[in-house]
Write a new protein. Structure first.
Length: 353
């Protein structure tokens, strides 16, 4: 009997030693795994910074790396320009993006944004979190991190999941390292974006220029099957420049450009295609759905007046619309439109080809 007890005690001691040894190894590998995650995200972050792609693409690529590494259901990077937030990268449903972009203004996160402190929220299996859109999307875990660079607030990054305790394995130090590097990353892309804007933007109208158009047209239309290209030609602009002066001509051009910006949908791509021509690229659309929008533009343009020594000067425009399919040769289609417009005599009308 005593022998059996001794064997039992020895067995328990061995099992205990093995258990603590395995537990220690498990903790070690968890620590190593976390380190691998941090190093992987950081390494990929700086690899992306060196890639020859646009600033916008870089932020999207970073978000993809975050999703691949931590497997959240949703990940969003939202940037703040001092006035408004914009979700620069997200895999959330489009219906909720505008609200998610402004989550830093929610009571749950506002203090964290101001103090530069990350926040992890989770709940029980029976409940969801209560900030806006969380209930609709059944969010049970959220990891929120403000993004700062040199004590300047740039926006935030948030991971969300429908599982409770989804981010329990992510340590504070891990999040701290990633968000610090993210500050450097975002600041770098801001500089790049400013350079891209200067190189690709027409100074008079604020529209993109032809360099941007022909460098990015495939990327612009790659995700949508049906699109519309509209050309608006200010037919009497050379006459205005000659008869009055170029300052008056510039004012007329800028007024027409402002009307276009105000009326067309926000996701339209606006290009100054030449000195006389403005282009509107309407994604995921067709001439039928865009006709009413262009009618409003034309109506406003026709009522626009500039004055020179009490003389009224009105823009005369020609508008041409054309459906574009993703598989079309976009450059050839644009050339066809320009040739048609050059031989078009009707003014203040909308034509479809």
């Amino acid at each position: 009997m005593i022998f059996i007890v001794i064997i039992l005690v020895i067995t328990l001691i061995v099992v205990g030693v093995l258990y603590f040894s395995l537990e220690k190894q498990l903790s070690y590998y968890k620590l190593i795994s976390k380190s691998i995650n941090v190093n992987s995200v950081t390494q990929n972050m700086f690899n992306i910074m060196g890639d020859n792609i646009s600033a916008e693409q870089k932020i999207n690529e970073l978000n993809k790396i975050i999703i691949e590494t931590y497997k959240p259901k949703y990940s969003t990077i939202s940037l703040f320009d001092g006035n408004v937030y914009e979700a620069k990268a997200t895999n959330a449903e489009p219906t909720f993006v505008d609200v998610i972009a402004n989550l830093a203004e929610e009571n749950d996160f506002k203090a964290n944004s101001m103090k530069n402190i990350s926040k992890y929220m989770t709940t029980s299996p029976e409940k969801t979190l209560s900030y806006r859109t969380a209930i609709e999307r059944r969010i049970k875990s959220a990891m929120f991190s403000p993004i700062y660079y040199n004590k300047v607030y740039l926006g935030f990054w948030i991971m969300e999941d429908t599982r409770d305790d989804a981010f329990d394995d992510i340590s504070k130090s891990e999040i701290s390292k990633i968000k610090a590097n993210m500050g450097v990353f975002i600041e770098n892309t801001k500089y790049q974006s400013a350079i891209e804007l200067a190189e690709n933007t027409d100074k008079q109208t604020g529209f993109y220029n032809n360099m941007y158009l022909y460098s990015n047209i495939r990327h612009i239309l790659n995700d949508t099957e049906n699109n519309v290209i509209t050309l608006i030609c200010l037919k009497n602009l050379p006459e205005i420049n000659t008869r009055y002066n170029r300052d008056i001509g510039n004012k007329v051009l800028q007024k027409v450009a402002s009307i276009v910006k105000e009326i067309v949908p926000d996701d339209s791509v606006l290009v100054r295609n030449s000195g006389l021509r403005l282009m509107i690229i309407s994604k995921n659309s067709n001439v039928d759905s865009m006709s009413q929008v262009l009618e409003r533009v034309l109506s406003r343009v026709k009522s626009e007046v500039e004055y020179y020594n009490n003389e009224e000067i009105k823009p005369e425009v020609q508008t041409l619309m054309h459906n574009i399919l993703r598989q079309n040769s976009i450059e050839k289609e644009i050339d066809k439109m320009v040739n048609y417009l050059d031989n078009m005599n009707d003014k203040n009308t909308i034509k479809v080809i």
